[in-house]
Design a protein around this ligand. Structure first.
Ligand SMILES: Cc1cc2nc3c(=O)[nH]c(=O)nc-3n(C[C@H](O)[C@H](O)[C@H](O)COP(=O)(O)OP(=O)(O)OC[C@H]3O[C@@H](n4cnc5c(N)ncnc54)[C@H](O)[C@@H]3O)c2cc1C
Length: 337
């Protein structure tokens, strides 16, 4: 374990923000994490956990110890006729894990293809796309308690998964470091092609009977056509969550905007944040080195050399104007550091 000093975090965040970590260490085992926590204790340092840096916005230099999770390994721990249970190191790349599952013909995560980041961060915000969320394939995780430095096991019920939420973002925020996740995948796939443009894309691809590989290919094609690649333009995917409002509130919006999109959920009507931001006039707006993406207004972008604080301020302006226009407060999905 090599604790480095004054390291630029530019290569470690998809927004491409250049901020410094006072101390930085890559950890490959639980023992490494325990040693790193000991080091932080002796220096009275805050500890910040980093996976792939695809859901964070750096707004300042970090006077802290940044722990980059590099715990690897994919292990089949149990199987029966229907399912496989696979334990995955928190530092594994999410999309590479998805490709591994497709190669093995383990179904369940194909709709989550091409989401950046690590396996360890996936339960944090219950990542989701195209009608599937982590909670649908999650079995269990292991996490190190930051105080006791002991490993604890969390089952599905313990994680309190919600839309882009889990107990680790709320009640237990900053209490645990996730080290392994166990997924329950299926040997007998149920295809989810009804969501977004998957069916249409499969038809364009000339696919009559889908497979998990073909669904993954379709999802990758759709995502590449819609979302900016962080390697080309800095971003962290959707900046805000899609808000859910009451039916009455939605009907009032409909009075002025008959085409306002809305999707019924158990809690009310979910309205696409992208639509609200576009109606408030932000789509494609550029402010120096930063802006709102021209194709997908839910994505804030750094064209190069942009400042995290300026992006945070832009997000506040967007929140304000959407609130003024529709009476809806958008909540960020991205974590500010
Ligand atoms: C182009 C693009 C598209 C995206 N599309 C989607 C999408 O479709 N659906 C979706 O849900 N998300 C999407 N995202 C967001 C992002 O990919 C996910 O949130 C992902 O899970 C973040 O993983 P990460 O390893 O990069 O986490 P990081 O950004 O490194 O960390 C995110 C948070 O989790 C904490 N954390 C990370 N690892 C651990 C750990 N092992 N233990 C404890 N805490 C930890 C960090 O401290 C931080 O608070 C997208 C992002 C981009 C850039």
């Amino acid at each position: 374990m090599n604790i480095q000093e004054n390291i630029s975090l530019l290569p470690y965040n998809t927004f491409g923000i250049d901020k410094i970590a006072r101390y930085f260490v890559q950890v490959t085992s639980e023992k490494d994490i325990q040693n790193a926590l000991d080091f932080a204790e002796t220096k009275f340092l805050q500890v910040i956990i980093l996976g792939g840096g695809s859901n964070i916005l750096l707004t300042q230099d970090l006077q802290a110890l940044v722990l980059k999770i590099e715990i690897k390994g994919i292990k089949l721990i149990f199987e029966d006729e229907e399912n496989v249970f696979v334990e995955v190191g928190a530092g594994e790349n999410w999309h590479e894990f998805v490709l591994h599952c497709i190669h093995k013909n383990w179904a369940g995560v194909e709709n989550l293809s091409l989401i950046p980041g690590t396996v360890g961060a996936s339960p944090m915000q219950n990542i989701g796309a195209y009608g599937v969320e982590i909670k649908d394939v999650f079995h269990q995780l292991k996490a190190l308690n930051r105080k006791t430095k002991e490993t604890e096991v969390f089952n599905w019920e313990d994680c309190a998964f919600g839309y882009r939420e889990s107990v680790f973002k709320n009640k237990l925020k900053d209490h645990y470091i996730i080290t392994q996740v166990v997924f329950k995948l299926s040997k007998k796939p149920v295809f989810h092609t009804e969501y977004g443009a998957i069916q249409e894309t499969l038809e364009q691809m000339g696919v009559a009977s889908p497979s998990i590989k073909l669904i993954s290919d379709a999802v990758i094609q759709i995502r590449q056509s819609k979302l900016p690649d962080p390697k080309e333009i800095g971003n962290a995917g959707s900046f805000f969550k899609n808000p859910t409002i009451s039916k009455n509130h939605y009907m009032k919006i409909k009075d002025s905007y008959p085409n306002a999109p809305g999707y019924p959920t158990e809690e009310g009507i979910k309205v696409p944040a992208a639509w609200l931001i576009e109606q408030a006039g932000w789509k494609g707006k550029t402010f120096g080195k930063i802006g709102v993406h021209g194709k997908q207004p839910l994505v804030l972008v750094n064209y190069g050399g942009g400042d995290g604080k300026a992006i945070k301020e832009l997000s506040r302006e967007i929140q304000k104007s959407v609130h003024q226009k529709f009476g809806i407060l958008l909540h960020p999905e991205v974590n500010f550091l």
